[in-house]
Design a protein around this ligand. Structure first.
Ligand SMILES: NC(=O)c1ccc[n+]([C@@H]2O[C@H](COP(=O)([O-])OP(=O)(O)OC[C@H]3O[C@@H](n4cnc5c(N)ncnc54)[C@H](OP(=O)(O)O)[C@@H]3O)[C@@H](O)[C@H]2O)c1
Length: 266
C-alpha cells in the first residue's frame, strides 16, 4: 500500500486542524472516508459529497459502540481508525474547575478508548485494523497550561503501550502519534499563552500538510510510535531540563482570583 491507498479510513474530529487536513489528504488520495464529528458543518458536506459523515460525540461510549457495531454489521468497518478528536483547556491555575478537567479526560482519553472497547470485542475477520491515537510529545514532559491535557495524553500512552504489546502479531495494530506543536486551533491559543511560549512554538512547530502525510504513511506500517516533527524534540527536552533544574517551573499559575480565595500559609 502507498500512503494514500489505505482503502477505508475513519477519522474523528474533522471540523478543523489535523483532522480536517487528514480528511483532505485521504479524499485527494481516493480513499473511502468516514468522518466522526460531534456537529454538522454544512460546508464540509458540500465540499466532500462522497465522504460519509457520522455525528457522534466521542465522549459517549454508548454512541461510539453503536457506530462501530453498525459498521461491522454492514461490512463497512475501516482498516484505519485515526482517533484524533481532542481538546485543550487552560486549567493549570487556581481557577481549576473539575468539570473542565473531566471534559478534557472524557474527550482525549475516553474518546479514544470508546473505540477500542468494541473493536477488541468484535470477532476477527482477517482484516488488519490500525488504531492510530493522535497524542502529544507533551505527554512526556507535561503541558504547563493544561493539567487535564497532560493527564489524558499520559493515560492514553500508558494504555496504548500495553495494548501494542498485548495485540502484537494480531489483526489489531495499536499506534501512537506523538505530535509536537502543529499550527491548528489548539496551537493558536496565543491569547492564553505567554509570549515566550508562543515564540518557541512558532520556531519548532510543524506545518499541517507535512504532519498529515507523516501520519498517513505511519498508519500503513506496524510501528508503535511516530514522533513528529523531530525538530520539536529539543523544545520538549528543554522543557524537561527546565523542570529538573528550576524548582517550581511547572508549579501552575497563581491568579488574582485564586489569591482572593485562599489565605497565604505563613
Ligand atoms: N495542534 C497541536 O499543536 C497538537 C500538538 C500535539 C497533539 N495534538 C493533538 O492533535 C489532535 C487534533 O488537534 P488539533 O490541533 O487539530 O485541534 P482542533 O483544530 O481544535 O481540532 C479538534 C477536533 O476535535 C473535535 N472534537 C472535540 N471534541 C470532540 C468530541 N467530544 N466529539 C467529536 N469530536 C470532537 C473538534 O470538533 P469541534 O469543531 O466540534 O470542536 C475538532 O474537529 C488532538 O488530539 C490534539 O491533542 C495537537
Amino acid at each position: 500500500m502507498t500512503a494514500t491507498n489505505a482503502r477505508r479510513v475513519l477519522i474523528t474530529g474533522t471540523t478543523s486542524g489535523v483532522g480536517r487536513a487528514l480528511l483532505e489528504y485521504y479524499a485527494n488520495g481516493g480513499a473511502s472516508i468516514i468522518c466522526v464529528n460531534r456537529r454538522h458543518v454544512g460546508e464540509l458536506e458540500s465540499q466532500y459529497p462522497s465522504v460519509r459523515f457520522e455525528y457522534v460525540d466521542v465522549r459517549s461510549a454508548e454512541d461510539v459502540d453503536k457506530l462501530v457495531r453498525r459498521l461491522a454489521a454492514s461490512g463497512e468497518l475501516p482498516e484505519v481508525f485515526i482517533l484524533n478528536a481532542g481538546i485543550n483547556r487552560v486549567d493549570n491555575d487556581e481557577s481549576f474547575q473539575l468539570s473542565a478537567y473531566r471534559d478534557v479526560i472524557d474527550t482525549n482519553l475516553y474518546g479514544v478508548l470508546n473505540f477500542v472497547q468494541p473493536l477488541t470485542e468484535l470477532p476477527a475477520d482477517n482484516v488488519q485494523r490500525h488504531l492510530v491515537a493522535i497524542s502529544s510529545m507533551a505527554n512526556y514532559v507535561g503541558n504547563p497550561y493544561g493539567l487535564g491535557y497532560t493527564t489524558s495524553k499520559k493515560a492514553l500512552t500508558a494504555c496504548f503501550n500495553v495494548w501494542s504489546q498485548m495485540y502484537a502479531n494480531t489483526d489489531l495494530v495499536f499506534q501512537q502519534v506523538m505530535l509536537g506543536p502543529v499550527r491548528t486551533a489548539i496551537y493558536t491559543m496565543a491569547d492564553k499563552f505567554p509570549l515566550w511560549m508562543v515564540s518557541l512554538k512558532n520556531l519548532f512547530s510543524a506545518p499541517l500538510d507535512g504532519t498529515v502525510r507523516a501520519i498517513a504513511r505511519f498508519a500503513l506500517t506496524r510501528k508503535k510510535k511516530l514522533f513528529y516533527p523531530w525538530r520539536a524534540c529539543p523544545l520538549y527536552v528543554g522543557m524537561w531540563l527546565s523542570q529538573c533544574l528550576i524548582p517550581g517551573f511547572f508549579r501552575g499559575r497563581r491568579t488574582l482570583e485564586g489569591k482572593a480565595r485562599r489565605v497565604e500559609a505563613r
